[in-house]
Write a protein of this length. Sequence first.
Length: 155
Amino acid sequence: MGKRNRYNGFVRMRIDRKQPGSMKDRPSTPQRRLLLDTLREAKGHLDARDLYRSAAEKDPRISLATVYRNLRLFKELGLVEERRLDEVHCYYEIKRAPEHYHMVCTACGRVVEFESPLVGDLVAEVQRNSGFDVTRAVLYLEGYCPKCKGKEKAS
């Protein structure tokens, strides 16, 4: 594991920096673990305030500033992905291996994740035709979920 640091008492995690998600020389604090656990256990995408509210139920000492600082750190380390799923909010989720995309209902805000090999095919074709080296593809679809689609037709 790590050594106890005699200056601040934190246990330092030693993980190879070449690995994504490295926490080398970063203290593994109870609040960081709580935030990561809360993101892992989330049933959907959380914005910073949702994450704060969920974490504060378990540890009332956590602050919104701590949440923002750690989200920035987690993003830099490649542990979480930040998604802008509407015009105002950023949402966060634990980074997963297979690339996935999002559909957002414009009526109720429901977010549905999906995977498609067609996106990879499109990226490969664009790279072939343009010589551009694509490092990331972001696909965000808006529309109406099945529940709201019926309501929209009725109005």
